[in-house]
Design a protein around this ligand. Structure first.
Ligand code: MG
Ligand code: MG
Length: 631
């Protein structure tokens, strides 16, 4: 299968779109009719531009409302098709893209439609062209690929074939078994799109909510497997109508598009156990075992307060770097690196982001294979990556220019803390934190699908359905990605947040302070009352939760008076899901917007979403409109 893309996916003018498409490494493109019509230049100019960019035009689409007319409309429609053939020939394309009719004046009937396509085939053949037929999910008579195929089969003309579009097939839940029985040489073109599962009419769903493979919830694996079984070898072209992409950067959407196709074709090839495309096989997605460490960049002036906060949370100094101004703190299985060195990556990160998470390290099944996979997926590996110490940990660039390091059990890399750090004898008493539960990253709303694809194409992940959370300043969209979480523990749990409103804390975090990055880290305890008692006693400022919350909790009859009083005194919130119970509390927000969360999970699998609105109001109240320093 050959990766391709339709110009309709991207923002910008036609030349801007074509340049972004070529820059992302595509060689095949379909031009959306309205892009061509709006262009101030001749079709010959478009062809020259594509020639210069090394792009081959597959088709100009769509050709609408062709089949099923009575005379004299029928003859006129064929005249229209001839004009379209002229255009295709000027552009050097050879496929007329016919989508099923929605015209109220058209008629149905397999024989009538087959006869129309037979005649179209005769006319196309005279010019050395071909025509394909796509069943729109909202087509008037033809909205199922199986019916479209029956018409094509009866048209019995070598210049007439089928066009498949994953959205139209999967949105209606059409059975995929019939696909594999269609001869591959009769399928002229395949379009691919994913989408979230939504209860919308097909047209609105398709026009606004399509997304790149891997960003949605459609059964694209099943669709790809059916193409593989059919042995389809032609173009696999992204046709994505998405409001976010139309507002986003053409360059980054084109790169995401190519990345999504590389991963999609590779995944299908691995399932089929043979290559379905021309690209070399990717190293397999690694599994994530755990978060190895989190690295903060903290300058000298902030360091005292920041390390005091860590100690208040029960972390002990475990090591000092042998040559750099870097400290290692630990508690339970949690390792935190505090980097105040005056040179290097963390320092430059601190200059633009302030006290922030500049890197995280993941323990994966194979660190070097992970970076090789990232490279093949068009990520830029971080050149000359130096870890927190002397060992060179392989890394890739992550959100907001931060780094993700990889270590594994196989190599020297797993010994980074012994190699780089002089051990320090433990002092102070732990508070019962045992592991990192989740990491929350905040970003621009428009970036969310990019980072979703970044993680899901690189690592073995599962994604939860997106959720909307109410902030006093507007709605925050929240997307959870889990990697390697076994028995509700370990692995990596990431919460991606983004907001379209400029007044939410999420948006303010991004626009006023850091840019995109980690906003909070949640630590796990198995006794939240003991942990919060110790942390409170250590003087760590805890986010106050309003009295009303506990009155409401009391009314739910979950707790006896003593327990409720403890939860209230310690500002612990509670939630329950079908699997179990959950407790959570938050530190107050640091200047710059970062905060920590403490959680206890008892088989519970969520993230406390019902409490998020209460937490956000509590934070907004403390932060206030004017108290935060502007960057
Ligand atoms: Mg289509
Ligand atoms: Mg959280």
């Amino acid at each position: 299968m050959i990766p391709a893309i339709a110009t309709v996916c991207l923002s910008g003018t036609l030349p801007e779109k074509l340049r972004a498409i070529a820059d992302a490494g595509f060689t095949d493109v379909e031009i959306f009719e309205s892009d061509l019509i709006a262009y101030h230049g001749s079709p010959a100019d478009v062809r020259n531009l594509c020639d210069d960019l090394g792009l081959k035009i597959i088709t100009v689409q769509p050709f609408r409302d062709f089949e099923g007319y009575d005379e004299p409309r029928r003859s006129k429609t064929f005249d229209r098709a001839e004009r379209k053939f002229d255009l295709l020939q000027t552009l050097g394309a050879n496929l007329l893209f016919v989508c099923s009719s929605v015209s109220p004046e058209a008629h149905g009937g397999v024989e009538r439609l087959a006869a129309d396509f037979h005649e179209l085939g005769e006319r196309a053949a005279k010019r050395g062209l071909r025509a394909g037929f796509e069943a729109l999910a909202w087509g008037r008579f033809v909205h199922d690929y199986r019916d479209a195929w029956e018409i094509i089969r009866r048209a019995a003309h070598p210049s007439i074939g089928l066009i498949l579009d994953s959205f139209h097939v999967l949105a209606r839940g059409t059975d995929l078994n019939a696909m594999a029985a269609i001869p591959a040489d009769r399928v002229f073109f395949v379009q691919i799109a994913d989408a979230p599962k939504l209860d919308l009419d097909y047209l609105s769903w398709s026009r606004h909510w399509r997304c790149m493979p891997g960003q949605g919830e459609l059964n694209l694996a099943g669709f790809m497997d059916a193409l593989g079984e059919m042995n389809y070898r032609g173009p696999l072209s992204l046709e994505i109508f998405n409001d976010r992409f139309r507002a986003g950067s053409a360059r980054s959407v084109a790169i995401d598009g190519r990345r999504s196709l590389i991963a999609l074709i590779d995944d299908a090839s691995k399932r089929a156990k043979r290559p379905l495309g021309r690209l070399p096989a990717l190293p397999p997605r690694p599994t994530v075992k755990s978060v190895e460490f989190i690295e903060f960049s903290v300058d000298e002036t902030e360091r005292y307060n920041f390390t005091a906060l860590l100690q208040g949370l029960g972390f002990n100094l475990k090591g000092r770097h042998r040559s750099k101004d870097v400290m290692l703190f630990g508690q339970g299985d949690i390792r935190i690196v505090v980097n105040s060195d005056k040179e290097g990556f963390a320092h430059s990160y601190n200059m633009s982001h302030g006290t922030s998470v500049c890197a995280m390290a993941l323990r994966v099944s194979d660190a070097s294979a992970t970076v090789a996979r990232a490279e093949a997926l068009l990520e830029e590996p971080y050149a000359g990556a130096i870890g927190p110490g002397e060992l060179e940990l392989p890394a890739v660039r992550g959100l907001g220019g931060s780094l993700i390091y990889f270590v594994d059990d196989k190599s020297e890399l797993s010994r980074w803390s012994e190699v780089d750090f002089e051990p320090v004898a433990e002092t102070g008493s732990p508070t019962g934190l045992i592991a990192i539960d989740h990491i929350s990253q905040t970003m621009q709303y428009e970036e969310m699908l990019t980072w979703l694809l970044y993680y899901t194409s690189l690592l073995t992940t599962a994604k939860l359905p997106a959720q909307a959370v109410m902030d006093p300043g507007g709605v925050v969209q929240s997307q959870v990605i889990e990697a390697g979480v076994a028995d509700n523990h370990g692995g990596l749990r990431l919460v991606l947040n983004g907001s379209q409103s400029h007044r939410t804390l999420s948006s303010r975090f991004v626009t006023e302070f850091f840019g995109s990055g980690v906003q909070h880290i949640a630590f796990e305890t198995d006794d939240i009352i003991a942990t919060m008692e110790a942390i409170t006693k250590n003087g760590v400022p805890i986010l106050p939760i309003p009295e009303n919350y506990y009155d409401d909790l009391d009314a739910k009859l979950e707790f006896d008076e003593t327990t409720l009083a403890k939860l209230k005194a310690l500002n612990i919130m509670f939630d329950r899901d079908a699997k179990g119970t959950f407790f959570q509390a938050y530190t107050q927000t640091l200047p710059g917007g970062l905060f920590f969360e403490i959680v206890q999970r008892n088989a519970y699998t969520g993230y406390g979403a019902p409490n998020a609105a209460v937490r956000l109001v509590a934070q907004a109240r403390l932060v206030g409109p004017d108290t935060l320093p502007r960057r």
